[in-house]
Each structure stands twice: as structure tokens, then as C-alpha cells.
Write a protein that binds this ligand. Sequence first.
Ligand SMILES: [Zn+2]
Length: 349
Amino acid sequence: MWLNYGTVYHTSQRIGVKEISVLSDRHGHLQPVTEGLLHCSGQERVVVNALTFDVEDWYQPSNLDPMIGYHRWDDCESRLAPSVDRILSILREHHVKATFFVLGWNAERFPEVVHKIQQDGHEIGTHGYRHALVYDQTPSEFARDMERAIAVLERLTGQAPAGHRAASFSITERSWWALGVLQELGIRYDSSIFPIRHHRYGMPHSERLPHTIAVNGGYIHEFPISTVRVGRKNVPFSGGGYFRLLPYVCIAAGIRWLNRRQQPAIVYLHPWEFDPHQPRLPMSRLRAWRCYGGLHHTEKKLRALLRRFRFAPAYDVLMHYLGQSSSQSRSVLAGAGGLIESEVNPHDV
Ligand SMILES: [Zn+2]
């Protein structure tokens, strides 16, 4: 049931002149949700970008697994709630709604964090239950982890999450089957594919822009992590370590590069990236620089971006983009772990 990969295509639903943003419910019906996703400045269309947070604590990133694994999480002092509060107050100040992909383990232990996010009107998606890398699991292990994660959020919020982001972007050619599992579990969109080469993740040849993937006789939407084209390479800039270590001007230039082409960027950050005083684990200087570099500047950079660009939750931005797009980019995945052939997307110039 997971090997039915099909055509990847951009949807071309016409959504009228006034309804400029749509949201699919779990049955695929489109509903207008956010007015004003498309802003006009003179003759120029202003693109709205997606702002997302992977809700994990300082001891949960995958690169700390060798030092603090899942089984030792309960021994660590949580710093999650104050960091999420900080993010929520920044978003309130700037009148911005975002998407929070919440780890099920955290939702279960800190339900008040989920309630606060929901009360502020943000989208809540799932980041899995225990932050296990997808390609380290069998399809049935992944399905069990996701079922548990979805059930926790459904119980706390009263609704199933529409969106998913895998731990460390671990949907790759090795774990492409995961999209079928997600679709079967009612997930409407995924934002886990990073079209770059990296030792832990990445599908460097996959589609760079939001698209729809036919699977199991249905479909799932994909919002890949943002890259810009430099020569023949996809270059990341919009979240995590890239966001912390790159100067603000580079991040802003990346978003501008996409927006000039009428393409939305997707920014991803974590609560611990707003906590410069978190405990530091012993590690090499290079590794420490990657894990903890730039923590003092995350908030300042995010505030600058919120002043400069427009942002909305990922699902709204995704559906708006797909609804507007009339392109028919086609990609075919030749079976599990196979190669992807893509025609050039007219947006991808
Ligand atoms: Zn994560």
C-alpha cells in the first residue's frame, strides 16, 4: 500500500478573485481561511511566506542523540514553556500567525504549551512522537509513532493536525514511503523534504517548490524547505543552523530572491534557538558552533524579518500557492529509493 507512488503535480484550482486563500479540510474540500494572504503594493504582488516552529526542547535535537537519547529525556530539566512563551509574545507583537509542529512527547507532558499556541490562533502540526529519524524506522514503526503523536494533539486541541514535519527532515529517497503512511493517517501536507545534500537528510534533486504528490490513490501536498539556486546548487538559508549562522542580510536576500519570483519561503526555527542560556553539552568546538552558534541573535533576526516580510501559517501559504499556480510540473518517482525525473518548473527559474 505504500509503493503506489505516482505523478507529482501542481494543483490548478481556480479560487476566484476574492477568495485568495484556501484551506482543505480532511476530506479535501477547499475552504477560505485567511483573508489578505495576497497583498498588493502598487502593481507588485507581495508574497506571503510561511513561518514554522518545530516544538522541541534543548535536549531533543537529533545531533544530541549520542549524548542524550530519548530514554534520558525525562532526566533533563525542561526549558520549553518559557521559550514558547517568548515566541508567542513576539508573534503577538507583530500580529503574525505561524505553524507549530509539536513533538507528541512534549504535548503529552506540557499540554499547557499546546493550549497556549492554540489560544493564540496558530496552526498546530505534528513533529512525530519521539523525534525518531524516519529512515531508521520501518513503515509500521513510523505509523505507530505518528498515530500516537496525532492522537495526543487531537485529544488536546479537538482536531487532528493537517501538517507534519519529520525529525531532522528525514524523509529522503530511503524513506519516501513515509508520505504514503502520512496520507493514510489523514495528514494533508508534509514539510520535511530538504532539496539539498546533507549527511543526515536531503533530496538534492527533488522539486524545490510546493507541490502535490499522488499517493495511495489520493494525494498529499509537500512544502519543501526553502533554497535559492546558486549556480547549479540549491542553497539553504531559512532556518535552524543556517538561520543562526548566516548574517541577517543573507536570509533576507534569500527570501527576496524567492518572493521576486512569486515563490513563498518557509522559515523554520525551534524554541531552544531563542534560549541563549540553555545548558551546553561538551563537544568539539566545530560541533558546538553548529549547535549553539548565533543563539543570541535569533530573536533579533526574526523580529527584523517580521518587520520586513509577510508571514502566515504553512498550510495557508501552501494552499494559496497551489491554488494560484497553473503550472503542471510533473515529477515521477521510480519506486522506493528510485530516481526522480523532473521537468523544469516554470516557477523555478
Ligand atoms: Zn526536530
